[in-house]
Ligand binder design. Structure first.
Ligand code: CAA
Length: 282
């Protein structure tokens, strides 16, 4: 794999692009929102500046990485001559299905199409294409440059060769790759982590204690690097809600019902760090 297209340049897409550039890959970036695409190079430039301040990169390296990044406001042009697409758009099933349908029409027949979905079925996404054997899940974690894990998830029709190629890429990027056997909602980490965050919101909702105390307790009592409510703010409360909703809809099990408070926070625009306020102010 030499040339990679990343679709979606938000929090996850931006982080994925950064690690791909640092791994020596040429990256095309596309986002349907012009402002998000325009903000990408300055955002990545800032991250590289931080590496320079820490003595982890020099100007020559940084210029080389930035030269390997092109942004494109047309999906048609962006998809030409690409070995792998990593889709990191908003966690919305209809959006992802329509994107994969378009990508399938635009990309060369050998191009692998991967989704960074946090919970949506890879089989469902792959069914929007005529190449389900070349569609896989490549699930990175936030912040992508820091978090070691990459989950690789096959759909029902995904070829072993497709997963193997994505695993090899992840290993070249220095990630710890975990292969998932079955396309089940939330895969491994989000199946366990996101209901834990939802439970923390329920503890808050029930007034058992305050947000600061819940996070302090989980940091000091379970050795988590940050509390569950701060983590929800980092992931984005809208994304956490979307994942809970997928778990609930897919399993039809009440243990996955999203906390009412989480729904209300999202309705109020308290999305976490990205909106300036969530369970905590930023
Ligand atoms: N981008 C790049 N680097 C970052 C970063 C970011 N957004 N945030 C922190 N870092 C780097 C810092 O620069 C620092 O690097 P150095 O060691 O080289 O100096 C290092 O990470 C540690 O950062 P800090 O000292 O500022 O703060 P910290 O020690 O508290 O770590 C944290 C911050 C890495 C976010 C840590 O609190 C943590 O690991 N939190 C848990 C994160 C987590 O669980 N993520 C998974 C979310 S679930 C998910 O992503 C899946 C999904 O589908 C929703």
């Amino acid at each position: 794999m030499k040339k990679i297209l990343v679709v979606g340049t938000g929090q996850m897409g931006g982080g994925i692009i950064q690690v791909l550039l640092q791994g020596g890959y040429r990256v095309n970036a596309y986002d349907a929102v012009a402002a998000a695409l325009a903000a990408l190079k300055p955002k990545i430039g800032k991250a590289f500046d931080k590496l320079k301040e820490k003595g982890k990169a020099d100007d020559a390296q940084i210029n080389g990485w930035l030269d390997s990044l092109t942004t494109c406001d047309s999906l048609e042009a962006a998809a030409a001559d690409i070995d792998l697409v990593i889709e990191a758009a908003t966690e919305n099933v209809d959006l992802k299905i329509s994107l994969f349908k378009k990508l399938d029409e635009l990309c060369a027949k050998n191009t692998i199409l991967a989704s960074n979905t946090s919970s949506i079925s890879i089989t469902k996404i792959a069914a929007a294409t005529k190449r389900p054997e070349k569609v896989t899940g490549m699930h990175f974690f936030n912040p992508v440059p820091v978090m070691k894990l990459l989950e690789i998830i096959p759909g029902l029709h995904t070829a072993e060769e497709t997963c193997g190629a994505c695993q090899a890429l992840g290993e070249k990027l220095g990630k710890t790759v975990v292969r998932i056997n079955i396309d089940a909602p939330g895969f491994v980490v989000n199946r366990i982590l996101v209901p834990m965050i939802n439970e923390a919101v329920l503890v808050l909702q029930e007034g058992i204690t305050g947000a600061d105390a819940i996070d302090k307790a989980m940091a000091a009592g379970a050795n988590h690097p940050m509390g569950p409510l701060a983590l929800s703010d980092l992931i984005g409360n809208d994304t956490v809600l979307a994942i809970m909703q997928v778990l609930y809809d897919e399993f039809q099990d009440p243990k996955y019902r999203p906390a009412l408070l989480l729904k209300r926070m999202v309705a109020a625009g308290k999305l976490g760090r990205k909106s300036g306020e969530g369970f905590f102010p930023y």
